[in-house]
Design a protein around this ligand. Structure first.
Ligand code: 173
Length: 321
């Protein structure tokens, strides 16, 4: 809370949200540390946004969790402390449980825009959290369980695992003891032996040097990592039609960069092998049961948390049968 208040004062002094009627300045924070792959991926997009948006709209990148702590980013955008953020829904489930459902999507954001999912997501994000869901900038990326102790089957009894809401129901079903931390605290938790492992996507474990403290990766991966740009709804409504069209165009341009992820994921898998991280692989039947269980517990929890939107989102986000 203190950090948020400090930032509120600092940003209020720095740049007014509405500079002129023609050009709007949008302050953006990242829920991920500044050394994360996601920030590296986003910065060239902001550069392009600002180059093409002269006289229309500009993004002012404020920084990462040092400015606003990871799990407070959603509230800060909801309340308009900043206009925009790059975050995953798991970090703002305090606003609405639906935030974390997007990890269960089995179709790409391009397909979600075609089948009505994107529109539905926006209805929920608008009405429940005062947010606009602008662009999904990470897609087609599985999560994995990384471990320092070997397991022979999907049983995490007696193991302490670092989680976020992404993994909670699944790892709990596998018997784990769980500790929630933001990304910025994973290294220390591993170093001190506070945890025996952690959940994270297939990419990015080198960004914060977790490879130094990681011995195993469990295959297969599960779900579909979601990282998106969200925006304060009031700030969105204040945009002129021209500004809105520009922001929408840039949102699509960011999503058009998503072909990057499958390529990176292949490289990162090889990099992990070279770094001595051993894959723990289950036989085909066990792997299938592992994946089925991940989605079953994920959707069961979603529908329990949101009887209104859970079933609809399940239909819209799942692979057509
Ligand atoms: O912190 C996390 O493990 C997490 O929830 C997440 C979600 C999407 C991308 C990367 C991490």
């Amino acid at each position: 809370m203190k950090a948020t208040l400090w930032l509120a004062a600092a940003v209020a002094a720095s740049a007014p949200a509405l500079a002129t009627a023609q050009q709007v300045n949008l302050r953006l924070v990242s829920a991920f540390p500044e050394t994360a792959t996601y920030v590296k991926h986003m910065l060239p997009w902001i550069e392009q946004f600002n180059k093409e948006g002269k006289g229309v709209a500009q993004i002012n990148f404020i920084g990462g969790p040092k400015a606003i702590p990871t799990f407070e980013v959603g509230t800060s955008v909801k309340n308009g402390v900043v206009e925009m953020a790059m975050s995953t829904g798991a970090y703002y489930t305090n606003l609405m449980p639906e935030a974390d459902f997007l990890k269960l999507s089995q179709i790409t954001i391009a397909e979600q825009r075609k089948n009505g999912a994107y529109e539905y997501i926006n209805k929920v994000w608008n009405s429940k959290a005062n947010l606009v869901y602008l662009a999904r900038m990470v897609d087609e990326t599985p999560f994995h369980l990384y471990l320092n102790k070997k397991i022979a089957k999907p049983d995490l009894t007696g193991l302490k695992i670092r989680i976020t809401p992404v993994y909670r129901e699944f790892f709990q079903a596998l018997g784990a003891t769980m500790i929630q931390t933001p990304p910025g605290e994973v290294y220390t938790a591993l170093e001190r032996g506070v945890v025996d492992g952690y959940g994270w996507p297939i990419h990015g474990i080198f960004d914060l040097k977790w490879n130094e403290k990681t011995r195993f990766r469990v295959d297969p991966g599960f779900y579909n990592a979601e990282v998106s740009i969200i925006m304060n709804l009031d700030a969105w409504k204040k945009l002129t039609p021209k500004q809105r069209a520009f922001v929408e165009k840039q949102a699509l341009a960011l999503e058009a960069r998503n072909s990057y992820w499958p390529k990176l994921n292949k490289e990162e898998t090889e990099r992990q092998t070279k770094a001595g991280i051993q894959a723990i692989k289950f036989d085909a039947a066990t792997a299938k049961a592992f994946l089925d269980q991940a989605y079953e517990v994920g959707w069961a929890h979603a529908i329990k948390q949101s009887p209104e939107h859970g079933p609809q989102l399940r239909k819209l986000l799942s692979k057509p049968q």
